[in-house]
Design a protein around this ligand. Structure first.
Ligand SMILES: NC(=O)c1ccc[n+]([C@@H]2O[C@H](COP(=O)([O-])OP(=O)(O)OC[C@H]3O[C@@H](n4cnc5c(N)ncnc54)[C@H](O)[C@@H]3O)[C@@H](O)[C@H]2O)c1
Length: 461
């Protein structure tokens, strides 16, 4: 056999496809994106005892009528013409598997997850979905229950790594009082293409979040002249909100172009100046009327100044920490001042942009990782403090997203970073934008959460 033929054959095997895609030798699957549900039927399974009404009502709200699972059980096997025992199989492709594991409290309950998922792994369509609905381990009445709910987290992270062709697996942990509408909002995000690059993670639902007052929604996005910030502006524009787009004066032309495109207003402002928050508030009332306030504030502006720590001087450290973290703290403080017109009203949402580098650390990015871990700390500390005022705080942590920022990374490193995740490809700015629009939606029951948009990046999970 020629070397070419041997390579082609090796790349066609499951291991070869994975290795090949990782090194750019075969094309990664084009992900399903946007508000589009899977094409094939949704399979609804159950692990542990539950009356199933919460999930059934949530699916009904989404107009999804689910089918029963094919189960990998001894009595379901059949003998083929050659006399071999064959496992049960779906007659065609399935679009998604949703498992109600809210009643799983015994170790034996996990067997149902295996029995449902074994035939489904082969049958799932490209960009298919697996969603397990469970409970937060700390909400379980006993230790075995907590252990079993934590076991579901390990299962979905592994399924995410084993699935192919852009399919993902995620876990929803409901709260004691989660409503069908709240569950439906998270379920629809995870089933639709909006979550294309969200994989292998649990989402713990919050309860009793304040609703935003009706009326005009002003959304402020920093770093909006290009990349992820511009994608956020375009995604919000779809929802008919009023956009205030902020970026440095040097990016003024690009900022105006995005603002014109989305019919928003441009504010040329370096977010590191001491009164940046006040300038934003002034712009909000100036453009949208004296009673206007901010419904959503997205802190997207950020910079990289990568060097190994041994080569990182004071200036390189300070500039990154100032733009990526200190500026956000100052702006929040100003805009949260109750007396300030044009600030953050009750029911508003703050969304930070962290990074998987902040989650896991990354060689050559001590300053950046510090700033982004700081954003995670900020979100976790601020969310409970603002709960009483009805203000919700979350963040996204993108992995490798294709933008001008990542185009500056040296070629070999960039090509590697792109592929070291379960989806074997880089994310697109729109993937982060969709996750942010989801977190900004008043119907989304998440608070103090850091939502990774990283295709289940291999680093630090
Ligand atoms: N691209 C990725 O892979 C990736 C991964 C994780 C996190 N992020 C984060 O996402 C955000 C956007 O990244 P991107 O890739 O679109 O970057 P980008 O460099 O393409 O865009 C960043 C924008 O922020 C603006 N900005 C920088 N400093 C500013 C300041 N002082 N005041 C106002 N605006 C300022 C820039 O002018 C630019 O328009 C950043 O916070 C970044 O750290 C990106």
């Amino acid at each position: 056999m020629s070397i070419d033929a041997a390579l082609t054959r090796a790349l066609a095997s499951p291991v070869g496809r994975s290795v090949g895609a990782r090194f750019g030798l075969v094309e990664a699957t084009t992900l399903r994106r946007g508000r589009i549900l899977p094409t094939g039927p949704v399979v609804l399974g159950r692990a542990g005892f539950t009356d199933g009404t919460l999930l059934a009502s949530a699916l009904a709200l989404l107009n999804i009528s689910a089918i029963d699972p094919v189960l990998d059980r001894p009595d379901e096997r059949h003998v083929d013409a050659a006399g071999r025992q064959q496992p049960p199989a779906y007659p065609g492709r399935i679009g998604a598997v949703v498992i109600d594991a809210t009643g799983a409290g015994r170790v034996t309950d996990t067997e149902a997850v295996r029995a449902i998922m074994r035939p489904a792994m082969r049958a799932l369509e490209a960009s298919g979905r697996v969603v397990i609905v469970g409970r937060a381990p700390q909400d379980m009445p006993d230790v075995e229950g907590a252990a079993v709910q934590q076991a579901l987290d390990g299962v979905i992270r592994t399924i995410g790594k084993e699935l192919r062709l852009g399919a993902t697996a995620n876990l929803i942990q409901i709260a004691a009082d989660t409503s069908p509408a709240e569950l439906a909002s998270v379920l629809s995000f995870l089933l639709e293409g909006r979550s294309a690059y969200v994989d292998g993670q649990p989402l713990r639902l919050a309860s009793g979040l304040a609703q935003q007052p009706d009326g005009r929604r002003v959304v402020v996005v920093t770093g909006a002249a290009r990349g992820i910030g511009a994608a956020i502006a375009r995604t919000f524009a779809r929802e008919g909100v009023q956009l205030v787009l902020v970026d440095v004066p040097a990016a003024g032309e690009a900022l105006s172009a995005v603002a014109n495109e989305v019919r928003g207003s441009a504010l040329q402002l370096d977010i590191t100046i001491a009164d940046a928050g006040l300038r934003i508030a002034e712009h909000v009332t100036g453009r949208h009327g004296p009673d206007a306030s901010i419904a959503v504030l997205v802190h997207c502006a950020g910079i990289l100044r990568d060097k190994m720590l041994i080569n990182t001087d004071e200036q390189r450290w300070a500039s990154v920490l100032d733009v990526n973290l200190a500026a956000q703290l100052r702006i929040n403080e100003h805009l949260l001042s109750p007396e300030l017109a044009g600030g953050l009203a009750s029911g508003s949402r703050i969304i930070g942009v962290a990074s998987t580098s902040g989650w896991a650390g990354n060689k050559g990015q001590a300053n950046y990782a510090a700033s982004k871990a700081g954003v995670i700390g900020l979100v976790r500390a601020l969310a409970p403090r603002l709960a009483e005022r009805g203000i919700v705080v979350n963040a996204v942590a993108p992995g490798f997203i294709e933008t001008d920022m990542t185009a500056s990374i040296p070629f070999v490193q960039r090509e590697m970073f792109k592929r070291f995740n379960s989806l074997l490809q880089a994310g697109q700015p729109v993937d982060v934008a969709e996750a942010i629009a989801f977190l900004a939606d008043p119907a989304t029951p998440l608070n103090g959460t850091v939502l990774r948009v990283c295709g289940q990046n291999i680093v630090g999970l």
